[in-house]
Design a protein around this ligand. Structure first.
Ligand SMILES: C[S@@+](CC[C@H](N)C(=O)[O-])C[C@H]1O[C@@H](n2cnc3c(N)ncnc32)[C@H](O)[C@@H]1O
Length: 373
């Protein structure tokens, strides 16, 4: 990436040499910051939702805090810092869902796809802005709607947009300190009745935040139950609904919840502790698939695979999840998934495991099971 701050070597995570690790909105924002000379050497800069670290790397000579809900995005930032000659701790990153508790002088926001996440972040920002904090947001024009601008306007203050540059726009926001009312409505929750009543809490970025996904529902209705299941994994757990019901039906099992979203893991942990208090053993892991989980250590892996990961779309993530599931399963262990029928995962699982049974299907979804031999 060639910008006024320098020329930088940037890679996506997972690595994809065919796709750029920055977008026109990053370039636009970095050019704008260089034009207006707003960043002082000692000022604190907070960057939100920097997908692969392009902004943080280009501005790494400043005192930068980067907040991201995505573990993969954080990893991309670390890799890209190293690739450009910086130590990994040159930029401070979050290890949970909270913002850094410091006053910041400048905030850069890459506008996220999920409006609820932006809404939550704007409320959280109000506590760390001072009178002179500058706020700039950037995104591709197709992702900036009236509803997006209304959020800035109603939570932070007067908001304007710039002309477009390569189909991206900047959003310039001034803090109106008389706007103080209201607070983030997240996490919010819904009630779920399966074997019992659960209250499912969801932080702002979560998949199917306001109701149970119909694919997840079908898997809940076909959850396996076996006294031999001692170690169960909910991979890509989101709010943890699959693991919760698996735990209830398999009382001797310990659970492992894994997701690359910090907010997902915070939600899953809150939901599990709400349902079982400390009576059940469970581990909650923010990470990439099941990296770090020992081979042949698990008896059942449950997945409702994502179709998007960060900005990539397709079945590459599902394939990585299936391969990791096979690796961590003990002999005789089971992978059970739900997926859209049209995705053709049956053939993929058959190839990977040598077997795949269709447990059930409806007009849209299919439940598939493979056993590790
Ligand atoms: C379709 S949602 C399923 C959520 C939940 N299991 C359910 O059924 O409601 C897929 C989840 O996979 C997570 N995910 C995406 N990429 C991941 C990765 N590389 N490692 C772990 N989790 C990932 C997403 O954050 C998301 O929570």
């Amino acid at each position: 990436m060639l910008v006024p701050q320098g020329e930088f070597e940037l890679q996506r995570n997972p690595r994809d040499d065919n796709l750029q690790a920055w977008d026109a909105a990053d370039e636009f924002l970095l050019n704008h910051l260089a034009d207006i000379q707003v960043l002082s050497q000692h000022g604190r800069l907070l960057i939100l939702n920097d997908a692969f670290g392009a902004l943080a790397v280009a501005l790494a000579d400043h005192l930068v805090y980067s907040w991201n809900d995505s573990f993969l995005a954080q990893q991309a930032l670390r890799n890209n810092l190293l690739a450009n000659g910086y130590p990994v701790d040159q930029v401070r990153t979050n290890s949970g869902i909270d913002f850094p508790s410091v006053d910041v002088d400048c905030v850069l926001i890459k506008i996220p796809k999920t409006l609820a996440l932006l809404e939550h972040q704007l409320y959280a920002l109000r506590t760390i802005l001072h009178h002179d904090t500058h706020i700039f947001a950037a995104g591709m024009a197709r992702n900036i709607h009236n509803s997006t601008l209304e959020l800035f306007e109603s939570i932070i203050g007067p908001t304007t947009t710039t002309r477009a540059f390569k189909k991206s726009r900047l959003v310039l926001v001034e803090r109106d300190h008389s706007i103080n009312e209201g607070q983030s409505p997240y996490p919010d929750s819904y009630e779920l009745v399966v074997d019992r009543l659960y209250r499912i809490r969801n932080h702002a970025s979560l998949f199917s935040r306001d109701r149970l996904d119909p694919g997840s529902r079908l898997l809940l209705e076909h959850m396996p139950q076996d006294p031999r299941f001692r170690h169960i994994v909910d991979l890509g757990c989101g709010n943890g609904v699959l693991g919760l019901v698996a735990a209830a039906l398999n009382p001797a099992a310990s659970l492992l919840f894994s997701d690359e979203s910090f907010m997902a893991i915070a939600s899953a942990e809150a939901n599990f502790r709400d349902a079982f208090a400390q009576a059940r053993e469970a581990e909650f892991m923010v990470g990439d698939c099941l990296r770090g989980v020992p081979d042949a250590s698990q008896d059942l892996v449950l997945i409702n695979p994502p179709f998007h990961q960060q900005y990539s779309v397709g079945d590459a993530i599902a394939w990585r999840m299936f391969k990791d599931a096979r690796r961590v399963l003990a002999a005789g262990g089971e992978l059970r998934i739900v997926a859209n029928r049209h995705l053709g995962y049956h053939a993929k699982l058959k190839k990977l495991f040598g077997n795949c049974e269709t447990v059930t299907a409806d007009s849209k979804f299919v439940i598939l099971a493979s056993i590790k031999n």
